[in-house]
Design a protein around this ligand. Structure first.
Ligand SMILES: [Zn+2]
Ligand SMILES: [Zn+2]
Length: 236
């Protein structure tokens, strides 16, 4: 990390010089540029997004911008059907905070050499970087957490039943019954799963009161096959 004259902090990835992009590097395919920058991002500890591109009159890519996922402006519809090609990962906008990072890589097509040249590269980020090995660690720890909880709560979930699911916009509304050991329905709760912000709110208010996920919301998570419990429901 170093401080710029303006007093803002800049984090520069520490990576092997041979994987660090350089202005003036040439690539024969724009996909190779993407692979290179993605690999660099993996090692450096940031995610890349494909920003704008310009096509030339022959239908080839003329310029291509790659940015850090924490780059500034909210995305326009850059992932409309025209833009999505095989190699492009879709954004999961719930998991990213955009804070105006300026790190980027830009290439343009040089006709004379029929290749793509890196003509602009900003190395520094305005946020801390999370290297992939550290990311793996946090991810695996969380998954472990999730498995533990899952086993523990799977049993409990047997006592809950999904009676009804209603889809309202981005929300899935579940009616969940709470049964006792003799399978008698003791109560019915409403769990609202907001797909967009991955929230699960149960009318029993158990989470709000105790900070522990209730069986009803958990039942819905199992039902909707979430890959992991959203972070906000995992206590430190
Ligand atoms: Zn960044
Ligand atoms: Zn509940």
């Amino acid at each position: 990390m170093r401080e710029s004259p303006g007093g803002t902090k800049v984090w520069v990835p520490k990576v092997d010089s041979n994987i660090c992009p350089k202005v003036g590097d040439f690539f024969s395919l724009v996909e190779s540029v993407e692979n290179m920058y993605r690999k660099y991002g993996d090692v450096a500890g940031f995610d890349i997004w494909l920003a704008s591109k310009k096509m030339n009159s022959l239908g080839g890519v003329q310029t291509r911008y790659f940015v850090c996922s924490k780059e500034g402006n909210p995305p326009k519809k850059e992932f409309d059907s025209l833009e999505v090609s095989s190699g492009e990962r879709k954004r999961r906008n719930t998991n990213f905070k955009r804070i105006g990072c300026k790190a980027c890589l830009k290439v343009h097509y040089v006709k004379e050499s029929a290749r793509y040249e890196v003509y602009h590269f900003i190395e520094g980020h305005n946020h801390m970087l999370c290297r992939s090995d550290e990311k793996m660690f946090t991810r695996s720890r969380r998954q472990l957490d999730y498995k533990d909880r899952r086993n523990e709560m799977n049993k409990a979930a047997w006592f809950c039943g999904v009676v009804e699911v209603v889809e309202v916009g981005d929300k899935m509304i579940y009616n969940i019954t709470h049964k006792n050991k003799n399978s008698e329905v003791k109560a019915t709760y409403k769990v609202v799963h907001d797909v967009r912000n991955e929230s699960f709110d149960c009318s029993c208010n158990h989470f709000v009161r105790n900070g522990i996920l209730c069986h009803h919301a958990f039942k819905v998570m199992l039902n909707s096959e979430v890959q992991s419990i959203p972070e906000k429901y995992i206590l430190p």
